[in-house]
Design a protein around this ligand. Sequence first.
Ligand code: B4P
Length: 197
Amino acid sequence: MLNIVIFGPPGAGKGTQSQLIIGRYRLTHLSTGDILRNEIANETPLGTEAKKIIEKGELVSDDIVIGMVKNKIEGSIDGNGFIFDGFPRTTEQAEALDKLLEEKGTAISAMISLDVEETELVKRLLKRAEDQGRTDDNIDVIKNRIKVYNEVTSHVCNYYSKKGKYSPVDGTGSIEEIFDRISAVIDGLGKKRSCCG
Ligand code: B4P
């Protein structure tokens, strides 16, 4: 199985690039942001709880998010693999993901981290606010999301770096240029796998 974590700060393009990765590599898309927004749209108890947290730009609790991911993995374990988009966002989530995959006899192949500067992130998210009207895309909440990323989520890089799975990619330029860089990383994994057996 090919299991990719697509990582980066809010607005780095995780969701955008995930769509292209799924198309080329036929992976199952697992976006915790999408699952949470779906719960909110359906006005479930989990959605009602998550809405308050997301609108402040904070992280939903590890227990809730890990439970959601577990359900999705159980339901889709027969495919080519997964693209984990927006998950893990804490070291605890990263540890839980490794455990869940190990139980299924598989593992993370690579963590691809999109590097984008803060001014560009803010610009992209304010543009998305105009286009899509997401309630967490306003300047105060964006600033807090970036702060939470820097203080908590960015440490997840160290977790994968220690395991030799961290692949930083320049997340600026056109969507196609960035996708070419990501594809080069993923195709490189395939070569490593086939030449090592
Ligand atoms: P997410 O849905 O993961 O949202 P995101 O980080 O804002 O977006 P992403 O990086 O995918 O950006 P996109 O491609 O859309 O999370 C939302 C919230 O849910 C979190 O703040 C948190 O509260 C909660 N949550 C989710 N997962 C969680 C977890 N694991 N634990 C706890 N809480 C969790 O790109 C952004 C914009 O840029 C788009 O409009 C796009 O068109 C544009 N864009 C993309 N690439 C571009 C490029 N190359 N050039 C110019 N614009 C570009």
